[in-house]
Design a protein. Sequence first.
Length: 243
Amino acid sequence: THFGFKTVNEHEKEKLVAGVFHSVAAKYDVMNDLMSFGVHRAWKRYTIEMSGVRTGHRVLDIAGGTGDLSFAFSRRVGPTGKVVLADINESMLKVGRDRLADRGVAGNLDVVQANAEVLPFPDDEFNVVTIAFGLRNVTHKDVALKEMLRVLKPGGRLLVLEFSKPTNDLLSKAYDTYSFKALPVMGKLVTQDADSYQYLAESIRKHPDQDTLQQMMYDAGFERVTYHNLTGGIVALHRGVKA
Ligand code: SAM
């Protein structure tokens, strides 16, 4: 399936994901705050801390959507650094571009439409690559992880922020109820689109757990892969280094 042919299921998944993000783009930021009670901001701050980003660094924020991480990185790397906000979906990028214009972040941020599986960048280009709440939407995660490794400089870091597996049974049950009952209802109220939030709940349940993702990163060629559970493992931050 990596030779240009796609199975029906792969094709369906791509169409589904594209539809979901076209549909939610305009309300995406509001929904993020609502659904996570604002906690996604803390998860993202932690990601930036763990990235080790410094002035002058080059950063790629893949599946960057409306740009939360990219804007924070843009301030960190300063005028001598560079940040690329990349996403496959033009509706999400449009919201990102509009926010960028409002905030007027100094000219160190590029916006690029790109698929995580085929990154349009040379080898050894970035000090830091991030993908936040994006990997679970990617069809060939192994291919995407190898691409992220390729574009990192030796010594560079990948950070994967993603929903994961709650470490405690009670929390796990409560969270399941929340995501399958409350999320679609909230989604419908705010975006008139319950199906997209149903997809979200399902994609979270299907996503690999902490140890599986750690192994996937090793398999792709990353070294010193570690992870930190956030909010009881509802979310995990994985970090790997390119040798
Ligand atoms: N990173 C942002 C954040 O944390 O707020 C956005 C996350 S949003 C839940 C997921 C994003 O992944 C969407 O903007 C979607 O368009 C993007 N995406 C899905 N599949 C992708 C792919 N194959 N390559 C690049 N981006 C993709």
